[in-house]
Design a protein around this ligand. Sequence first.
Ligand SMILES: [Zn+2]
Length: 311
Amino acid sequence: MLPIALILGIPFVLGLLFGSFLNVCIERLPRGESVVSPRSRCPDCKAQIRWYDNVPVLSYVLLRRRCRACKEKISFRYPLVESAMGAWFVAGLAPYLTNGFQHVYFQQPRATIPDLIIQYLVWIAAGFLLLGLAIMDFRTMKLPDSFTITGIFIGLFLVCAQAVFLGPDEDAVKLQHQVRINSAGAGRSLGNVFLTGPEHLIYGRLLAVVCAFFLLFGIRWLYKRVRGREGMGLGDAKLLAMIAAFLGFTPALVALFVGLLSATAAALVLLARRRADLATKLPFGTFLCIGGFVAMIVGQPIIAWYTGFLR
Ligand SMILES: [Zn+2]
């Protein structure tokens, strides 16, 4: 009983703390302020928040949802983001606990311990950044570089770490991309024409990042040509590149598809209710983030289902 409570309790508390920090980022980054100093203040009366009033979720409940100094209501977003991160940190462990250390959301022939740790880091880092970006874009229409660009570097760093731990004969990607060339005169299969092993993993992911960026860049250009106005910012392209850095190109495509689909659905609902007209801007980054979450949680089954159709 105790080990399970520890295994789930520690990531939950850690998730709450990261959620608390994420709230600071969401509040300050779009305004270009530092997330380190000054200390947390009440957004209404600017009174400094004491450490014991800054405990994730608990303080919100104990203070009865009001600032201690000015009694102004504290936004529900704070405990929501904190508990969502706590739940996310725990949910990342679910595949390990239910499948006995056989990973499900990143298809791999065999996963080593470093692999599993890296995949958990991908899960929590990408979740943190996606949730933050989703809320920031929704509130301010801004996707700060300090999240998207930093996210691209973290994603690529984790891929490099994964490549370091890849055995010399091991090739996690080769199995999915095996290409056989059957040209006239070729008596035997030439096998894999791409780079294999760690190089394949790193260069493949770099290529995924660049392709994802220019894919959205192209869509942005096309939209501008057709509609005659800016539909999405460069931030959206950086965001899709970030998703590709963490998950790879195909999951990024899933994220883009889900993002476009959900944005269109939201636009149609708003138009039907006359809450918007054709000139209304939607926070497309928020929908891309939703797509990113979908790709992380059910991306592999979707891709498997789709490629099953093509066969
Ligand atoms: Zn206050």
